[in-house]
Design a protein around this ligand. Structure first.
Ligand SMILES: Nc1nc2c(ncn2[C@@H]2O[C@H](COP(=O)(O)OP(=O)(O)O)[C@@H](O)[C@H]2O)c(=O)[nH]1
Ligand SMILES: [Mg+2]
Length: 301
């Protein structure tokens, strides 16, 4: 996906389409990690990777920063961390910044997760911020973790933005700093109590953790495991992955062709009905086929 030459891109896309069709189900554990800049997501991933490697699991990490370009400073820290992992073949770390070329960040992220999920036991996707990137990552992960920054007001903002519904697990980081973490956890708990779509049978936990001291990391991994078991026991994983693929395809058409893209195909509702049941095994190929239809409509108009 990184090689921009058309022939190479075509080959890469064909490979991706084969991978998504052939990938084992449920395959790797896919976990999204979101939260405001500075909340401690990268530090947490480092801690999680360390514990999981000790348990003998292999881990792929994709860090997405929609706010910075490839040369951006935010990524530098991640690269340095990557290097500090040395030559451990059981870990792969990839960071991606915003790119304005066709396909863009959402495609590259989905492609990376797909590839890593074929190779590693677990795949984490880290993303910054609130908004579309959050929704994109929610659509790529079986379990979404929100990392809260104590006392910074980010959490209130997050709740106001209506994003409280997305995460399955909440982790208030920097608990080593004491009272502010407890307070933020309390705010989140009451926010969750005030409504929001409670997934049947899953009570979304609010944990206090410290990525730097490692406290609460085992408990967090337990909750991630419990959420996966919850999804598998209810056979809810296929629907969840399909919903993510659907959002990816519809978003992908709007990204490429603007509102014309969806309208040319009869609108989002009509499109949804046409999408195949196993869309998460064909997202790239369906997007490509629908894109060709839009281009055909464009030529005629
Ligand atoms: N005291 C404390 N500091 C932390 C903790 N986790 C991360 N930090 C610090 O918070 C800052 C931002 O961390 P980083 O992982 O880069 O945040 P990200 O932007 O969410 O990825 C860094 O200076 C970290 O050392 C923690 O558990 N306790
Ligand atoms: Mg980070």
């Amino acid at each position: 996906m990184d090689d921009a030459r058309p022939a190479r891109r075509r080959e890469a896309l064909e490979l991706l389409e084969t991978l998504e069709r052939e990938a084992p189900f449920p395959g790797a554990v896919r976990v999204g990690v979101t939260g405001a800049p500075g909340a401690g997501k990268s530090t947490l991933l480092d801690a999680l990777v360390r514990v999981l490697r000790e348990r003998g699991e292999s881990v792929g990490v994709v860090a997405v920063d929609p706010s910075s370009r490839r040369s951006g400073g935010a990524l530098l820290g991640d690269r340095i961390r990557l290097r500090s992992r040395g030559a451990d073949p059981g870990v792969f770390f990839r960071s991606m910044a915003a790119r304005d070329r066709l396909g863009g960040l959402a495609d590259a992220t989905r492609a990376s997760v797909l590839v890593l999920a074929c190779v590693f036991d677990r795949v984490f996707v880290e993303t910054v911020g609130v908004g579309q990137s959050e929704t994109d990552v929610a659509g790529l992960s079986d379990t979404l973790v929100y990392v809260a920054q104590p006392g910074a007001g980010d959490t209130l903002q997050f709740m106001k933005a209506g994003l409280l519904e997305l995460p399955d697990v909440f982790a208030v980081n920097k608990a080593d700093q004491g009272a502010p973490a407890q307070r933020t956890a309390g705010e989140l708990e009451s926010g969750l109590g005030l409504g929001g779509a409670e997934d049947a049978g899953w009570t979304r936990p609010v944990l206090c953790i410290s990525a730097t001291t490692g406290s609460g990391i085992d408990a967090l991994l337990d909750r991630l495991e419990a959420h996966r078991e919850h999804l598998l026991a209810r056979d809810a994983l296929p629907a969840r992955r399909r919903a993510g693929a659907e959002a990816f395809v519809l978003e992908g058409l709007s990204r490429r062709y603007g509102s014309f893209g969806l309208e040319a195909l009869g609108g989002a509702e009509a499109l949804r009905e046409r999408l195949p049941a196993d869309l998460d095994r064909a997202a790239f190929s369906v997007l490509r086929a629908l894109g060709a239809e839009v281009e055909e409509a464009l030529r005629k108009s």
